[in-house]
Design a protein around this ligand. Structure first.
Ligand code: GDP
Ligand code: MG
Length: 318
């Protein structure tokens, strides 16, 4: 069910025909809310059949609110992927939770995503879910990880806490029940004209996704805490042509770290680490932009950027 190529530019997926409402157009905001690692970004990518949101096994990979559009002739579903719900520990976290609250406030339909294989109480989730007046869909992800009995218990426990309009079991990773979830969302979507251009896939510019792709490689290639200290800033993004007249994007980016020791690790012996990050990122950016890419990465120490409002503002956490 997922597209073969992980990245697709202006990708359109098979539209769902709206039943019995030939003239009405549906449009609305759908937020995907849940704890870190529940699979929110994986689900968004599966729903859109394209890779819009970065995914890693580490918690809190997603830092921004990202809108992704599913456009049909007579509907527009506007999804927002959000950072996982956490208690803020530093200023970056406060900004991340601000994005979550905005997503909840704006949503017409909420998808509350929980992992089936986790047992901890969803204490931070429920107060947020209660703020939503519209339909709330409980989606229990990672159905591949548990047996029937555990799934049943998780389902009963969660459904006893809040009145959900629907409950669905999913495996976002394999795409199981993802089309069914899309149908449920569409059923609840209010009648509205489209909010965004029907040709677009997201409200974010391409350079945002380019920085996210680089950040994903940092998360995948570096261990422990280091990725959490990194932020990527696109310095230049120029679309030109190479000698053969083929389109080429020249991209320069800074990777900001908090301390000098982190810079050394990120660069690696003989610049081996930053080269690995650059190569992996370039290949994905080429797929995303559908053109050749010349990528240059610089590593820069921006002391304690996570606690500094000026840095945070310049990195887009408003
Ligand atoms: P987020 O923090 O909620 O956005 O979670 P991600 O989408 O980044 O996923 C966190 C981890 O869970 C990644 O390693 C995913 O591959 C994995 N994951 C997501 N969905 C599933 C699923 O249905 N089954 C399994 N086994 N793993 C999943
Ligand atoms: Mg995520």
């Amino acid at each position: 069910m997922r597209a073969k190529e992980p990245f697709v530019r202006l990708h359109s997926i098979a539209p769902i025909p709206l039943e019995n409402t030939p003239s009405a157009h549906k449009a609305g905001f759908v937020s995907i809310i849940g704890k870190p690692n529940a699979g929110k970004s994986t689900l968004l990518n599966a729903l859109l059949e394209s890779k819009l949101s970065i995914v890693s096994p580490k918690a809190q990979t997603t830092r921004h609110r990202i809108l992704g559009f599913d456009n049909g002739d007579d509907y527009q579903i506007i999804y927002s992927d959000t950072p996982g719900i956490i208690l803020p520990k530093y200023r970056l976290h406060e900004h991340m939770m601000g994005f979550v609250n905005n997503a909840v406030r704006d949503s017409d339909v909420m998808v509350l995503l929980v992992a089936a294989n986790e047992t901890f109480p969803e204490d931070l989730l429920f107060p947020l879910a209660e703020k939503v007046k519209g339909p709330k869909i409980l989606a229990i992800n990672k159905s591949d990880k548990v047996g029937k009995e555990v799934m049943e218990a998780r389902r009963n426990e969660l459904a006893s806490r809040i009145a959900f309009s629907d409950v669905i079991e999913l495996c976002a990773l394999k795409g199981t029940n993802v089309p069914e979830l899309r149908q449920l969302i569409l059923k609840h979507l209010p009648e509205n004209p489209p909010f965004y251009d029907k040709e677009a896939l997201s409200d974010r510019p391409e350079r945002f996704f380019v920085s996210e792709i680089i950040r994903e490689k940092i998360f995948l290639l570096l261990s422990d805490e280091l990725p959490y200290s990194c932020e990527v800033e696109i310095l230049t993004f120029d679309e030109t042509t190479n000698k053969m007249g083929e389109p080429l994007a020249r991209i320069n980016a800074n990777i900001h770290v908090e301390r000098l020791t982190q810079k050394e690790i990120l660069i690696g012996k003989g610049a081996s680490m930053v080269k690995r990050i650059g190569t992996a990122a370039r290949l994905d950016i080429e797929k995303f932009l559908d053109m050749k890419v010349f990528l240059e990465l610089f590593v820069k120490v921006s002391p304690d950027w996570k606690a500094n409002n000026n840095y945070l503002r310049s990195f887009g956490y408003k």
